[in-house]
Design a protein around this ligand. Structure first.
Ligand code: SAH
Length: 222
């Protein structure tokens, strides 16, 4: 297949992914759907996994790392309810950089932290080569957040701590939302935490299965 035919066939897979995995399951935010149509997910998968890029499942990146299932990326991005215009978003768990690219396509300036240094470096190079200048990648333990860059309109956490880390939560701006998987597999739930002044309202979105957050928050798994 020529490179052009290849790109065309991937675009068709991407449209099918959006239609069958997202719209059919109730994702309706146009900004999310457009971003998921635009970002070439296959450019974020390891070469050996490139043909599974648009399948309805996570794609393995490393022993404790995956690119989340497309539906999960869409659900979290929708639940974040980013304000119109340029928003400020913190992501913990850069992985491949795919979800950071989706958030950037939705108009966010993204601050994203990855604890596995080579992954952080690869994601930074990839995002930069793709022109995502509004994504800032930091290598390190994200369990304390990125206070200097806050406060954030939204915080998306893509690795599960055993409980909500208050240091991260406190970096939400008033009215901001944090979407976070919490708990130890198989008992994890995706939570939405909304800040109102100094109070934080929590509600459960659904049961999920994420990789564990490692580092200070869960040192026994580091
Ligand atoms: N958003 C990613 C999914 C990555 S999976 C993507 O779209 O590809 C979760 C990631 O969280 C893994 O890469 C893992 O190494 C990272 N992680 C785990 N604990 C972390 C911590 N304390 N700080 C930052 N990153 C962490």
């Amino acid at each position: 297949m020529s490179k052009q035919q290849d790109e065309e066939s991937r675009r068709v897979h991407r449209e099918k992914m959006v239609r069958e995995q997202l719209v059919r399951r109730g994702v309706s935010d146009e900004r999310v759907l457009e971003a998921m149509l635009r970002v070439p997910r296959h450019a974020f998968t390891p070469t050996a996994e490139i043909d599974s890029a648009y399948e309805d499942r996570p794609v393995p990146l490393g022993p404790l790392q995956t690119i989340s299932q497309p539906y999960m990326v869409a659900l979290m991005s929708q639940a974040a309810m980013l304000p119109a215009g340029r928003s400020r978003v913190l992501e913990i768990g850069t992985g491949s950089g795919y979800s950071a690219a989706i958030l950037a396509e939705m108009g966010a300036e993204v601050f994203t932290i990855e604890i596995v240094q080579p992954l952080a470096e690869e994601a930074a190079v990839r995002l930069n080569a793709m022109g995502y200048e509004q994504v800032h990648v930091r290598a390190g333990d994200g369990s304390l957040g990125w206070a200097e860059a806050g406060p954030f309109d939204a915080i998306l956490v893509t690795a599960a701590p055993p409980h909500i880390p208050t240091e991260i939560r406190d970096q939400l701006r008033d009215g901001g939302r944090m979407i976070i998987p919490v708990g130890i597999a198989p008992d994890q739930e995706l939570l939405c935490v909304v800040r109102r002044g100094d109070t934080f309202a929590e509600h459960r979105i659904c049961a999920v299965r994420f990789v564990p957050m490692v580092g200070k928050v869960q040192p026994f798994q580091a």
